[in-house]
Design a protein around this ligand. Structure first.
Ligand code: IPD
Length: 277
């Protein structure tokens, strides 16, 4: 098992770096933008090209492994997490950022066995930061160990969140209700990088104390959630219950105390699960 996981890590890092090159080059081309679940849920040919590149290279090296990839699921592939070794891929996390050249874009690759993330790689390709984690072996950025912030008071914290791409009025109301509650605590600040994977790597790096969102997908958070755990943080549901990768809800924090102070102020809602029939 140990060697397989090291091989997986090495391959994920190599292919994420290659994917990052493709993304950086594509930034100087015209970007043809299409939409998916809503008028603001964007996708480009580069998302599809990068996902193909990653999946093809993994298939050659690990022919028995399964995949859950953002663009494959959009094209009709199932999004079911099994106990089998599975690569969970977001070829461009931060597609809206990519379309607008807003400078945070990540390639996110998680690897699960028995539905548990064992390897996580997030490549923030414009910053050239390679975040890596293996269960039980710590989290790193460009080889340097990561440690979450030691702040225990939510009032002295920066909280990351996102608005997502669902514009249903009830969902927007919930998002603003959470935001209003949290801003008024008060907290030092609220931020959002426009990519869930980068938000999680910011928690793992100790730059922000927590990140929460409802509506993102398993491919946005699989890799980054392991970064947070391995940097000493916690990952749970927004109601304080156990984390569930397929639930499309996440609260990741530097510690339980900050997380539970936030739980009191988040207005929860339940998007359709990623594995909904
Ligand atoms: C999106 C980003 C964004 C988050 C959305 C995600 P994508 O991923 O992570 O920060 O708010 O919920 O869907 O579509 O750019 O891969």
């Amino acid at each position: 098992m140990a060697d397989i996981l090291q091989n997986v890590m090495d391959h994920a890092v190599a292919v994420a770096r290659k994917a990052g090159e493709v993304v950086r080059e594509a930034l100087s081309d015209d970007r043809k933008v299409m939409t998916k679940s809503s008028a603001v849920d964007l996708v480009t040919q580069t998302d599809q090209k990068v996902e193909d590149l990653i999946i093809q290279s993994v298939k050659e090296k690990f022919p028995q492994h399964r995949f859950i990839g953002e663009e494959s699921v959009a094209a009709g592939e199932p999004s079911i997490l099994t106990d089998d070794p599975t690569w969970i891929i977001d070829p461009i996390d931060g597609t809206t950022n990519f379309v607008h050249a807003f400078p945070f874009i990540a390639i996110s690759i998680g690897f699960t066995i028995n539905k548990r993330v064992e390897v996580g790689v997030v490549y923030s390709c414009l910053e050239d930061k390679m975040f890596t984690a293996r269960r039980g072996r710590g989290a790193f950025c460009n080889g340097e160990p990561l440690q979450v912030s030691d702040q225990t008071d939510v009032h002295r914290s920066i909280i990351a969140t996102e608005f997502g791409s669902n514009r249903d009025p009830e969902v927007v109301d919930k998002i603003f209700s959470s935001l209003r509650n949290i801003l008024s605590l008060p907290v030092h600040g609220v931020r959002g990088a426009g990519t869930a994977a980068v938000n999680l790597s910011l928690v793992a790096s100790g730059c922000v104390e927590a990140y929460y969102e409802m509506g993102m997908h398993v491919w946005d958070i699989a890799a980054g959630s392991l970064l947070v755990l391995e940097a000493g943080g916690v990952v749970m549901d927004v109601d304080g219950g156990d984390a569930d990768l397929m639930s499309r809800r996440i609260l990741a924090a530097n510690n339980r105390s900050v997380a539970l102070q936030l739980v009191e102020h988040i207005a929860p809602y339940r998007p359709d699960r990623d594995d909904a029939p």
